[in-house]
Design a protein around this ligand. Structure first.
Ligand code: CTP
Length: 420
């Protein structure tokens, strides 16, 4: 450990020596795509949250956003070539000194050059000398993204430990839409923040496929009414985001959340418990871990009225007849799609939290159960959570009150431990 005073400022350890503070050093590589302008927002998020950012654009990126913008926003010099400031050996130093390199947008060309180890400009030199985590946020047209050449380059980069965020689906440069859009800068920033907070160069869930359910199911009574619950989906999204930042391929099965898709995550939208079950069984078939964070309705109306149910002034309301929904967690746990698959459930309890949790863990047959107390003002919709993770092996891991992402990290620590 370096001499001097250390203070922990969530989420990084910031080194303070005398009057100077060592800010986490981020290299923002920008390659030549129309989405380059969105990297300005990413840059601002980094600088405003106390990071020292060195922007390394490619020559083509400067056709979209000029060097003056990058320099003014970062407060640092900007160059694209290895021939500027040669006495400072920038082609080696910038990469060596970085805590994180993020390339956003990463074009098909930049991914190809990185995958093949080319060093024909400052950005590719930096990628070769960096020993810190590297995140690529690709943006390109769907055809380019889906081309086997690009897919093989992405696979190569991922195999070497880089985090390649899945592009978002949406409007592209022209009138066309499809997969290939740069994920929202806020989402890219979140991935980078989690990667920096973990401070590891090798993502521990690299090569793993994890499936997370989030939100709450809605069981329709008629075209305008449903039986639902108050789950916001935020904990499931935090789990998906953190798993992606730890290198996993993530499938998020989202039930009625209305939240923006986390960067680098395949999102499957569902409505009812039956749809959730179908999506989970499909995704779990090749998953290393399954986390059921969604609140699933135990019952659904036995009948669905295709027209709006009308009240009749001269009659009492008709009773709603309910039938049982499948218990998805119990089913996935009992019939594991592959040996060693780790399965995690969530239990929100109002009373006798731990005792009820133990009974539920045994009944569901999962490996871990995250138990938390809920009530009128607790957990639902909040950014924070507090829980105890019960293990089928008898373990008990308390997680103090804190951001939902902190709980998510503990869950992945415990899952990762079981996977290895
Ligand atoms: N779950 C599920 N399928 C259901 C109900 C719940 O997969 N039909 C999952 C939830 O996603 C969660 C866990 O089981 O991970 C516990 O959910 P909870 O609602 O607490 O469990 P229930 O079995 O419904 O128990 P209770 O009688 O307390 O409602």
């Amino acid at each position: 450990m370096l001499p001097g005073l250390w203070c922990v400022m969530e989420p990084y350890v910031i080194r303070v020596r005398g009057d100077t503070v060592d800010k986490p050093r981020v290299v923002l590589g920008v390659s030549g795509g129309i989405a380059a302008y969105k990297a300005c927002e990413l840059l601002r998020r980094f600088t405003e949250s106390g990071h020292d950012v060195r922007v390394v654009p490619t020559a083509s990126a400067l056709h979209f956003v000029g060097a003056a913008t990058w320099s003014a926003l970062s407060g640092n010099p900007v160059s694209t070539e290895v021939w500027d400031d040669v006495h400072e050996v920038p082609h080696v130093r910038i990469g060596q000194h970085a805590d994180l390199v993020v390339v956003a947008p990463a074009t098909a060309d930049t991914l190809a050059r990185a995958a093949h180890g080319l060093a024909d400009d400052l950005l590719t030199n930096t990628l070769l000398t960096a020993r810190c985590p590297v995140v690529f946020a690709p943006a390109m047209h769907t055809e380019m993204w889906e081309h086997p050449a690009t897919q093989e380059n992405v696979a190569t980069l991922r195999r070497r430990g880089a985090i390649v965020i899945e592009p978002a689906v949406g409007r592209l440069t022209g009138v066309d839409t499809g997969k290939g859009r740069l994920p929202d800068p806020v989402e890219i920033f979140e991935v980078c923040r989690r990667v920096l907070a973990r401070g590891v160069t090798e993502p521990d869930l690299k090569g793993r496929h994890v499936v997370v359910s989030a939100g709450g199911t809605r069981e329709p009574l008629d075209p305008v009414r449903f039986l639902g619950n108050r789950s916001s989906g935020k904990q499931g999204y935090a789990l998906a985001r953190t798993a992606a930042a730890r290198g996993a391929r993530v499938t998020l099965v989202a039930a009625n959340t209305g939240l923006p898709d986390p960067a680098g995550v395949d999102v499957v939208q569902v409505g009812t418990a039956v749809q959730l079950r179908e999506a989970m069984l499909k995704a779990a078939a090749d998953a290393d871990a399954v986390v059921m964070a969604a609140a699933v309705a135990d019952f659904r109306p036995a009948a669905y009225a295709s027209g709006k149910i009308k009240k009749k002034d001269d009659q009492d309301p008709a009773p709603i007849v309910l039938v049982r929904n499948p218990d998805i967690l119990a089913e996935i746990s009992a019939d594991r799609a592959r040996p060693g698959q780790v399965i995690v459930g969530f239990a929100a309890e109002t009373d006798d939290v731990l005792a009820n949790g133990r009974v539920k863990l045994a009944r569901k047959g999962c490996d871990l159960l995250v138990v938390n107390e809920v009530g009128e003002r607790k957990t639902f919709g909040s950014e924070e959570n507090e829980a105890v993770v019960l293990g089928a092996d008898g373990s008990e891991t308390p997680v103090p009150h804190g951001p939902k992402e902190a709980l998510a990290e503990v869950v992945w620590d415990l899952v990762g431990h079981r996977l290895t």
